[in-house]
Design a protein around this ligand. Sequence first.
Ligand code: GUN
Ligand code: ZN
Length: 445
Amino acid sequence: MLDTSIAPDRDARILRGDVLDLVQDPGFAAPDEGAGPRYRVDHLVLLAGGRIQAVLPASESLPPEWRGVPIEDHRGRLILPGFIDTHVHCPQLDVIASFGTELLDWLNTYTFPAERRYADPQVSYQGAERFLRALWSHGTTSAVVFPTVHKVSAEALFRRAADAGMRLITGKVLMNRHAPEGLLDDVDQAERDCLDLIDRWHGRDRQAFAVTVRFAPCSTLEQLAMAGRLCQHHGGVYMQTHVAENRDEVRWVAELFPDARSYLDVYDRDGLIGPRAVLAHGIWLDDDDRAVLREHGAQIAHSPSSNLFLGSGLFNWRQAEDAGVAVSLASDVGGGTSLSMLRTMHDAYKIQALQGQRLTAWKALYTATRGAARHLGLDDEIGRVEPGLMADLTIWDLAVGEVARHRDSLASSLHERVFAWMTLGDDRNLVSTLVAGQTRYRRPG
Ligand code: GUN
Ligand code: ZN
């Protein structure tokens, strides 16, 4: 279908390739049994005004006004919606791949010292630039991001993402205890900073504010109550935090909040859990917690790479899904060891395999694109290759290198090919990334 409301502008472009997206949730059905992908071989994707205008078979003739617009030939390559990473820490590129600790030690030994540097505006701006470029160079075009406690670190991300026309959800981190000097805020100043950021950034271009509680141990009751008020009084803001990631952490939360029914309840009783809540990990939740998440339409940002690297535990995706809980996928760098959502997907596959469950490429891809878009309330903007949606797109080689090319040559079904891509591939497979129709990454060479 062609939306003729936008004629091709100066930035108009046409991509030619094999368009793949996942429109329906395949669940945990076998690859050839659940909802399959929408696979449009040799199609043209017409882009103008930052949006997808039409998707047509290449064999069809172009509408007259589009003739003469350059066609970028990617025949034999996949054109996919950009990935959505629902939980990642910008400053933690400084500590990715740090040796030898579990969560609480890892925070104290590596993460907190690194995050202190972001008080310096120059460090924050350079960090935001490096981080967003790194996301694009891994095929991620939208993200829910933790900066640091410093207001300037959120400001830097908003500014750089807005300049690029990128969908970004972030907010200054709230933490007023159990962290070193230089990483602590106070409730009143934090509230003022959040209100100012909401006022200036929330809903501006593609930016959205998230009330960002680091995790329960780092906030006093007073600060959690303030965070709850922000969520309640500012419609449309998101909430992001960590929950039930590691067993020592869960024990510590029980000591710190003896009146709470559970770790999740610490957030729920202050009104932090709603349809726009994104909670990383959720490995050690119970049935009542899952019911609370389902009732509120909140999502778990499953972070498989981080869970393996920090030795946190095996998230039972099927159990969450059966309880009606929304699940998205996240890199959680720097607990996670790669910004690549392909690597995130194949780590997710292995975590489910250890529990006797198999994650299809369709389910993984759906979750990292349209599934996340739906859970974030952004389904009419991102997650599919569909006229009217933003032109956040990625172009991929299915196989790079001798081993992958050999494996691809022997595949007999589309799922087999795409699963091998998901399992063997990474950022080397990425040819280019478009954000709002502009190329933000192109593979060198
Ligand atoms: N819990 C509190 N802070 C963090 C963090 O930075 N990373 C992870 N993985 N868990 C956390
Ligand atoms: Zn995290």
